[in-house]
Design a protein around this ligand. Structure first.
Ligand code: ATP
Ligand code: MG
Length: 484
């Protein structure tokens, strides 16, 4: 492949070259952009390294691009960035790095292009292409990154143990790139990760989670998790997931390996959604199985309540992972808590009230819940899978019909606690709660329509059971309720 031709197609690269010529600097496009050029993957991040000041080069480039372009300068890092409508352009002077044991932040000094390539994490990320006019398109590939791209190999340019000890985030990056690119990890690089795994402790949780999320968003995330597990990193960063691993036998009865089952569900769900949070729900759906596992002489292995307990664990896991504790987390909780419900409906035969109840509880998570359930149907027996899926199609149709009819996802009972208190002239009390949940249940079960008149009649009857008599009519309530 002729990458010079490809670079020429994008005028920006010639402009950078001309700017560098004007300053009498050498300039190279480096790193991820070059790698992705060979792989024909789209990449919007252009990193330029020059011999000299990156800031001066950025300013010259902006000048050549015209009035609309400004430069953001990060003086303390010696870097500069140009916001461009199509690309994120970054400039930096070539540097040399040295590390201390307790930090992944290196001591940085000016260096040669070779120094700059030496400090990069993998051979495939250590290539540079010269942009200067007389050398435009010249590839600098000191570690045969091109060869590794062809072989599909993640390999560190220098001694892998030193590379990973210097900056242990690179261990996560190795596995993340292997997963995203579907590459192998070179033997010595792999062994070095296994050996240096405990160094991950000096990396911030945010950076670890960033890499983990990129693995989760890949096409086959299970590959990344299997790699993480086999080098021993998963045990450190996500022990709850490793606890799912293994099969126990008693009286000749075994259960499925919930680690591999979970990874299968995660891979399955990539067919249905790119949403990171739904993928997290897939990872966490069975997380409490080890804690709820029991063996019964007759029934064999059970995991009763794992969905409730798992749902209660979500917040703690999100907090530890430094994931957001907002609505997204609440959706994950909801999905984990409800993940068995649609399947149970498909097996048992469906009643309208069970469907209504599910719609009310799932709210806006209903579509994602159905995706999770579909992904959760895994079995070696394909005819069983097909039978489940057919039942499941039916449940899904019924849910869609019911939702269209009753708009249950945003269900709010018309009869509120306040109305109950007014009708019987009673203060806030346990009895108000009893009547309120009775009317709510009756509406969900379809016994009473969710309307004022019917609701009023219903609570009068419920109130009677508790010895209350109404003090106002439905008309008086309606007048009070109507907007002023
Ligand atoms: P992507 O942006 O798709 O994640 P990338 O290769 O561009 O991939 P960045 O994190 O944007 O990755 O980094 C840009 C380049 O900087 C990399 O290609 C690599 O050469 C270098 N680099 C980034 N992080 C490290 C690191 N921790 N150690 C060594 N080199 C690194
Ligand atoms: Mg990048």
């Amino acid at each position: 492949m002729n990458f010079t031709e490809q670079l020429k197609k994008q005028e920006l690269f010639s402009i950078i070259g001309q700017a560098a010529d004007a300053l009498d600097q050498e300039a190279y496009v480096v790193g991820g952009y070059v790698r992705d050029l060979f792989l024909q993957r789209e990449n919007k991040d252009i990193d330029v390294v020059c011999l000299g000041s990156g800031i001066a080069l950025a300013e010259k480039v902006a000048e050549k691009l015209g009035n609309n372009f400004k430069v953001n300068v990060f003086k303390s890092f010696g870097t500069a960035q140009i916001p461009h409508p199509e690309f994120d352009l970054e400039f930096v002077g070539a540097r040399k790095e040295s590390y201390r044991a307790d930090s992944r932040k290196p001591i940085v000094e000016d260096g040669s292009i070779a120094d700059d390539q030496n400090r990069r994490d993998f051979t495939i990320n250590a290539m540079g292409i010269c942009l200067n006019g007389n050398r435009f398109g010249e590839l600098l590939d000191p570690f045969d990154g091109q060869g590794d791209l062809k072989k599909g190999l993640i390999r560190t340019p220098l001694d892998p143990e030193i590379t990973f000890s210097d900056d242990p985030l690179r261990m996560m990056r190795a596995i993340r790139f292997a997963t995203q690119l579907e590459f192998d990890i070179d033997g010595p690089t792999f062994s070095a990760i296994a050996k240096m795994k405990d160094r991950i402790s000096i990396v911030s949780q945010e950076r670890i989670t960033d890499e983990l999320n990129k693995i989760i968003l890949a096409k086959t995330p299970s590959y990344g998790f299997k790699l993480l597990e086999s080098v021993g990193l998963l045990e450190i960063i996500f022990p709850e997931l490793v606890a799912l691993k293994g099969v126990e036998y008693k009286d000749g009865k075994g259960h499925k390996d919930n680690f591999y089952h979970t990874l299968q569900v995660l891979d399955n769900i990539t067919e249905f959604t790119d949403d990171l949070w739904v993928r997290w729900a897939a990872i966490l759906h069975d997380i409490a199985k080890p804690a709820t596992k029991r063996f019964h002489k007759k029934a064999g292995w059970t995991f009763h309540g794992h969905e409730e307990m798992g749902s209660r664990w979500v917040k703690g896991i999100f907090r530890k992972m430094k994931l957001p504790l907002d609505q997204k987390m609440r959706s994950v909780k909801n999905l984990v808590r409800l993940h068995l419900r649609p399947i149970a409906l498909a097996q048992k035969g469906v009643t309208d009230s069970a469907l209504r109840r599910l719609l009310v509880e799932a709210g806006d998570d209903i579509e994602n819940l159905l995706k999770l359930c579909r992904a959760d149907i895994t079995s070696k027996d394909m005819s069983r899978v097909r039978k489940y899926l057919a039942n499941f199609d039916r449940v899904e149709e019924l849910l869609i019909e019911l939702e269209a009819k009753d708009k249950l996802r945003s269900f709010q009972p018309v009869i509120t606690g306040e109305i109950i208190m007014k009708v019987f002239d009673i203060p806030p009390s346990r009895e108000v709660g009893i009547i309120k949940s009775a009317i709510r249940e009756a509406v969900i079960d379809g016994i009473v329509p969710n309307e004022m008149k019917a609701g009023y009649q219903f609570i009068i009857e419920e109130g009677k059971k508790l010895g209350f008599t109404p003090v106002c009519s439905v008309e008086e309530i309606e007048i009070n309720q109507s907007p002023q």
